[in-house]
Write a protein that binds this ligand. Structure first.
Ligand code: S3P
Length: 172
């Protein structure tokens, strides 16, 4: 069964775009972070706090494999770090997989994330200056993994509908 994978840095719009895409193409959307929260009965913040990031990456990898191996077609919205750990990037090119990197500039990410960071343990305690520096560095480190996606769609200065249409045209 077909798996459409949306990936990209925190704040690039994976969940918002996946929800609209799901309505249009009538394939259910599963958010990997939410799936992990349900599976572990813990929020992402609590997993980081109680068990640390390495444990989170292990659970994230297992959860990603479970979704990929399920018999349902689905849109999977990854966490921002998913492709960058446990060789998950190799799974972006698997059989029946279509992966799309939602590419956003540092400025776009910064303006979206500065308003919405409390649920994101990697940036929750950073001030604006620290955050901008962190995003720039982190995006640079992660780009190699994001670029393993089969398709790339720019999201800067586009509405949700425009991005969704770009993805629909890839699927057509
Ligand atoms: C992370 C991104 C988060 C979440 C966790 C780690 C990351 O997901 O998986 O906080 O490493 O970039 P979103 O990209 O949905 O915020």
């Amino acid at each position: 069964m077909r798996k459409i994978i949306l990936l990209g840095y925190m704040g690039c719009g994976k969940s918002t775009i996946a929800k609209t895409l799901s309505r249009i193409i009538r394939i259910p959307f599963v958010d990997l972070d939410k799936y992990i929260e349900e599976k572990t009965n813990l929020s992402i913040n609590s997993i980081f706090e109680k068990h640390g990031e390495i444990y989170f990456r292990k659970v994230e990898h297992e959860a990603f494999l479970e979704l990929l191996n399920s018999s349902e077609s689905m849109i999977i919205g990854l966490g921002g770090g998913t492709p960058c750990y446990a060789n998950n990037h190799e799974l972006l090119k698997g059989e029946n997989v279509l992966s799309v990197y939602l590419r956003a500039s540092i400025d776009t990410l910064f303006s979206r994330l500065s308003a919405n960071k409390s649920k994101r343990p990697l940036i929750a305690n950073k001030n604006d200056e620290e955050m901008k520096e962190f995003i720039a560095m982190h995006l640079f480190e992660r780009s190699f993994y994001y670029n393993q996606a089969q398709y790339k769609v720019n999201v800067d200065n586009k509405t949700i509908d425009q991005v969704v249409l770009d993805i629909v045209s890839i699927l057509a």
